[in-house]
Design a protein around this ligand. Structure first.
Ligand code: HEC
Length: 157
């Protein structure tokens, strides 16, 4: 190699290195971003849940501040069906992802309701095809999952 070629080779290497570094950087930061949204046991603490489901807006009218619609969830140790659906089930069921019966879609639910409520409870608790057991939330009790199913059914009545 003469010195001109060596020079090109070095510049080329640096450029390639910079590109690879850049791409890896993007991939890593994307993964990190995704990881933040993964539900880990730490993120299921009452404070973390309260933080996630806190009311979007608080209206302050003069002093002292008036909190409109504070979520009463923490006082009741059992979450309501509606809250469970919002937190644990809506991910798939709000959009009908993976052919899940969509919330409020009476036609999608009709044949399922025909199976009887106990089959629906069983499928929600233990899983059924692509429907993961307890919607992948092992911390939900049977009663909580049933409350979620009841809420789903109330949306198509
Ligand atoms: C990862 C996506 C996903 C999540 C999260 C999820 N579901 Fe489902 N669910 C599905 C899919 C897909 C089906 C359709 C399964 C089939 O019919 O093969 C389904 C079906 C159902 C059915 C009907 C079962 C039947 O026998 O027809 C019920 C009831 C249900 N889900 C309840 C729940 C409840 C309650 C939660 C939250 C605790 C939940 N799902 C969370 C994907 C999900």
């Amino acid at each position: 190699m003469d010195s001109q070629k060596t020079g090109k080779f070095i510049v080329g290497s640096i450029v390639i290195f910079a590109i690879v570094f850049f791409v890896i950087n993007i991939v890593l930061s994307t993964m990190q971003d995704k990881a933040k949204h993964v539900v880990t046991p730490e993120s299921m603490t009452e404070e973390a849940i309260a933080e996630r489901i806190k009311p979007v807006a608080e209206v302050h009218v003069g002093e002292p501040p008036v909190v409109v619609e504070a979520a009463p969830i923490i006082e009741a140790s059992v979450e309501s069906g509606e809250q469970i659906v919002a937190n644990a089930c809506a991910l798939c069921h709000s959009t009908g992802m993976m052919q899940s019966p969509k919330l409020g879609d009476a036609a999608a639910w009709a044949p399922r309701i025909e199976q009887g409520i106990n089959v629906l409870y069983d499928h929600a608790i233990n899983g059924f095809n692509m429907m993961p057991a307890r919607g992948t939330n092992p911390s939900l009790s049977d009663d909580e999952v049933k409350a979620a199913v009841d809420h789903m059914l109330s949306l198509v009545k």
